[in-house]
Each structure stands twice: as structure tokens, then as C-alpha cells.
Design a protein around this ligand. Structure first.
Ligand SMILES: NCC(=O)N[C@@H](Cc1c[nH]cn1)C(=O)O
Ligand SMILES: [Zn+2]
Ligand SMILES: [Zn+2]
Length: 476
């Protein structure tokens, strides 16, 4: 295995890799904004074209339509599948990633245009740079490096790249089920690089939380009202909504919805020890996010609540007045958006029932004439891997080669909706191998990917393909 030649190739092509990332970041592939759907289609075509030019067997798989809340339908972005190599004596890995992004606007407080990749002090700023465009490109460049040096790929490589991850991977479950016995039948392992390290030390990820995302709509008068003229006479939808939202979680982080906390397994001694042994600087973490107090003051509690306990987050209220200025309005209809990150032992269908029943019961106590409607729009399951699997041993060896250190074994508080489907439907083992930095600002202002992580990450993937090829057949 000529690792040094490959690594040198990567180093000498890094500016091209950055330019390619610039092209991809320039496409506003925001999957949550229906106005941007043409951009998302363009993004998927761009990915397909790149893989075609590399000689892959590429398909743009039609996964149907999405139904919008107003009943209209919208074409889902096609899923790109590709295959490089089909040698039966070799293992086959399937790399999953996504090229849709969260919304971003300069006026949200970005220091640079979110869709114009800008390099400052070794960091590449742009929406989707870390989540998940650079990691997808790093995998593509890893394959390309082998090709460029006329080296055989040590394993067959398949890609599944989607464009709806940020809104719950709509349509992908069905596609995986439909292709279980075709595209996925020869896949041995699935690799996902859609998360980040915990510190400056490289990491391997063995768990993600799920997410149940809810809309709670309270509807009252026929139209918005003047608060001076009508205030005091009507029962305001916003007051009802804030009232019920305030019953979801206590100020100290205790989830108040009956049944949720009870479903979660207690922290085992083994987990406690694992978390205790992880290098994690609480002050650094506080500085990074700009707060002087966290919900928990010791490392184990903090990591446990980041990774293996559920939590409630309230994201926004549609229909509420939120512009600058002081409009004196009573909004007629308001819709809260909140989500519950869930962990193994919790089930989205059960969470849906628990939340819906609970909110209706607290709403009933208010004796309001307004109407409450609760819907769950995303129900993504958590995922957990066996860290003793040879995939993780191979990961440790590749990290040792590239970074000369042992990795942290971590979980991820976020969700990769499709991870559990891959595991359940294909029955294949999955590894998550992040290359994002701990301070990349995913979903936030000034998201970035460091040039170092992007380039060294590409080398890591090159080394990992070789390590996976050494896994003995019996342990597949
Ligand atoms: N990089 C993974 C990621 O950001 N995933 C999203 C997926 C999601 C969950 N609910 C809605 N979208 C995340 O927020 O964790
Ligand atoms: Zn992502
Ligand atoms: Zn994301």
C-alpha cells in the first residue's frame, strides 16, 4: 500500500479540492426552502456529473414527490448512486452522505457570504462546508487519488448521496428498501462521515440520537387583531401556545412529558467510565458557544446529556410577529416548531402519542376556545454501533497512520435519520468516521471546515479503504 504517494498526491492537489468545494458551496441546496428546490436538483446533477466523469456507474434515482403542509406536492431531489469497482473477491463499502444544507442568510449574522466559500486563517467558511459537502468531496477525492496514480481500489466503493437529510431524509427509506436486493445486496459495510470530532483529537462515532420534530398549531380568531382594540377580550392563541410550550421541559432540563424519561436506560458504570476517560474541556466548550454557564457542571453529566439522554428544543413560532419594530398585533394563528432528540429504547411512534396526548391534556386545562393541532413531521430513529466490530479496529488503524494518535470513541447528539434504516433494512454494519472539527458551527452562522481537516480527512479516507480491505471475510 503506497500511502505516502497517495498522501503526497492529495497535498499537491489541495487547491483543486478547495475550488471544487467552492463550486459546491455556491449552490444554495437548502432542502427546507421550497423556493430553492431547483438549486437542490442542480446540486444532485452536479454530484452525478462529477462521479460520471470519474468513470463510475452512476444513477440518479427518482424517489417521488414530497407532500407539503398545504397539500401541494413537490418533486424530491433525486438520490445519486454510484459504483466504482466490482471485483467479487474484494469487500464492498457504501459511502453515504448528503449535499443539502440548512438555511443561511448573510443577515443572520454571517461575517461572509454563506454561499461564497471564503478562506480565513486556514478555515473555509460557507454553508454546508462541513455539513456535509467537504466530507462527501473528501470521499470522492480519495477514490480519485487511487485512480490518478493508477492504483487499484482496495475495495469496491459505492456511493449513496442524498439531498433531503436536513429535513428528515424524505423518500430515502423507501429507496433503500426497494434496492435492498440489488444495489445494496453486495455491500458489506456502510460508512458515514456526517458528524464532527469532540475536540482536536480525531474521533470515531458509534451512536446518534433520533429526532421527533413537531408542529403545534393554535388557531383562534379569523384574522390578526389590533391588540389595543381587542386585547383583553379575546383568548389569544400566542398566550395559549407559550403556555403549553412551557410545560414541555423544566428550567433545569427535566422533560415533563409523562413516559419520556422513564423509557431511557440508566447510565451504566461502563458508560460512566468511558465518558470520564474522554478528554473534554468544559471551559473550551463554553467559550466556543459563548456562554458562561451550562446545564450541567461536570463532564460526565454534560456528555451523557449531549449523547444518550433525550432533550427538548424549541426552534421557532411561525405566524408570530418577528420583524424589527413594534407591531401591536394579536396573531390569529401561530405554529410552534419543536423537537425531541431521542435515544435507544425510545420509539418515535410512542413519542408522538406521548407528546400529542400530553399537549392536548394541558391545553384542555386552559379551557381555551382556540383549536390546537399537533403533528409530528419527522420521526427519525437513533442509532448505536458495536465498537468492537472490525470496522472500528480498521478505523483506529487508519487514524493512527494519518494522525499518529488513537481516536476518541464518541457518540453524536445530532441525528442521521437514515443510519438506523441502513442497519435495519440491509443488516450491514455501519461506522461513522467524522472529519469535521469540534468548532465547525454546523447549522449556525459562520459554518466552516478547516483546510487541515478537509485535506487530512481525505488522506484518512484513503488509508481507511486500505484498512477495510484487510478485514477478514468471516467477520463481515
Ligand atoms: N449532520 C447531521 C444533521 O445535521 N442532521 C440533522 C437531521 C435532522 C434531524 N431532524 C431534522 N433534521 C439534525 O438536525 O441532526
Ligand atoms: Zn449532515
Ligand atoms: Zn445538518
Amino acid at each position: 500500500f503506497h500511502y505516502m504517494d497517495l498522501a503526497q498526491y492529495v497535498d499537491s492537489h489541495q487547491d483543486e479540492y478547495v475550488e471544487m468545494l467552492r463550486d459546491w458551496v455556491a449552490i444554495e441546496s437548502d432542502s427546507s426552502n421550497v423556493q430553492k428546490r431547483p438549486e437542490l436538483h442542480r446540486m444532485m446533477e452536479t454530484v452525478a456529473q462529477k462521479l460520471r466523469l470519474m468513470g463510475g456507474t452512476v444513477q440518479l434515482v427518482d424517489i417521488g414527490e414530497q407532500e407539503l403542509p398545504d397539500g401541494q406536492t413537490l418533486e424530491l431531489p433525486k438520490v445519486v448512486t454510484a459504483q466504482f469497482g466490482n471485483v467479487s473477491s474484494k469487500h464492498t463499502v457504501c459511502i453515504y452522505g448528503h449535499v443539502d444544507v440548512q438555511p443561511a442568510k448573510l443577515e443572520d449574522g454571517w461575517a461572509t457570504d454563506p454561499y461564497n466559500l471564503t478562506e480565513i486563517n486556514g478555515n473555509l467558511y460557507g454553508r454546508g462546508a462541513s455539513d456535509n459537502k467537504a466530507p462527501v468531496l473528501a470521499w470522492i477525492h480519495a477514490v480519485e487519488a487511487y485512480q490518478a496514480l493508477s492504483m487499484d481500489l482496495p475495495v469496491n466503493v459505492k456511493f449513496v448521496i442524498e439531498g433531503m437529510e436536513e429535513t428528515g431524509s424524505n423518500g430515502l427509506d423507501a429507496m433503500i428498501m426497494a434496492q435492498r436486493d440489488t444495489f445494496f445486496s453486495e455491500v458489506d459495510y456502510i460508512i458515514i462521515s456526517d458528524c464532527g470530532w469532540l475536540s482536536r483529537r480525531p474521533a470515531l462515532t458509534y451512536g446518534t440520537r433520533g429526532n421527533c420534530y413537531f408542529f403545534a398549531e393554535v388557531e383562534g380568531p379569523e384574522q390578526d387583531l389590533h391588540s389595543g382594540v381587542y386585547g383583553g377580550t379575546v383568548i389569544e392563541p400566542m398566550t395559549d401556545l407559550i403556555g403549553i410550550l412551557d410545560t414541555l421541559i423544566s428550567p433545569s432540563g427535566k422533560i415533563l412529558i409523562p413516559g419520556i424519561r422513564e423509557a431511557v436506560a440508566p447510565l451504566s458504570d461502563e458508560e460512566w467510565k468511558m465518558y470520564q476517560d474522554i478528554q473534554f474541556d468544559m471551559d473550551n466548550y463554553k467559550n466556543k458557544i459563548g456562554v458562561n454557564q451550562l446545564m450541567y457542571s461536570n463532564k460526565v453529566d454534560l456528555l451523557a446529556h449531549m449523547w444518550r439522554y433525550p432533550t427538548v428544543s424549541i426552534h421557532g413560532i411561525e405566524g408570530a410577529f418577528s420583524d424589527p419594530g413594534s407591531k401591536t398585533v394579536i396573531p390569529a394563528k401561530v405554529t410552534a416548531k419543536f423537537s425531541i432528540r431521542q435515544v435507544p429504547d425510545m420509539d418515535p411512534a410512542m413519542v408522538k402519542k406521548q407528546v400529542t396526548d400530553y399537549l392536548h391534556s394541558v391545553f384542555a386545562k386552559r379551557r381555551s376556545p382556540n383549536k390546537l393541532k399537533v403533528t409530528m413531521v419527522i420521526g427519525a430513529k437513533p442509532w448505536l454501533a458495536d465498537t468492537h466490530h472490525p470496522l472500528y479496529e480498521a478505523g483506529k488503524a487508519a487514524i493512527k497512520r494519518v494522525f499518529n494518535t488513537d481516536p476518541d470513541l464518541i457518540r453524536e447528539g445530532g441525528t442521521i435519520p437514515i443510519a438506523r434504516t441502513f442497519q435495519d433494512v440491509t443488516g450491514k454494519s455501519i461506522i461513522m468516521m467524522p472529519i469535521g472539527g469540534f468548532d465547525d458551527g454546523l447549522h449556525s452562522q459562520n459554518e466552516k471546515m478547516s483546510r487541515y481537516n478537509y485535506i487530512e480527512g481525505t488522506k484518512l479516507f484513503i488509508a481507511y479503504l486500505n484498512e477495510v480491505s484487510q478485514i477478514k471475510r468471516t467477520s463481515v
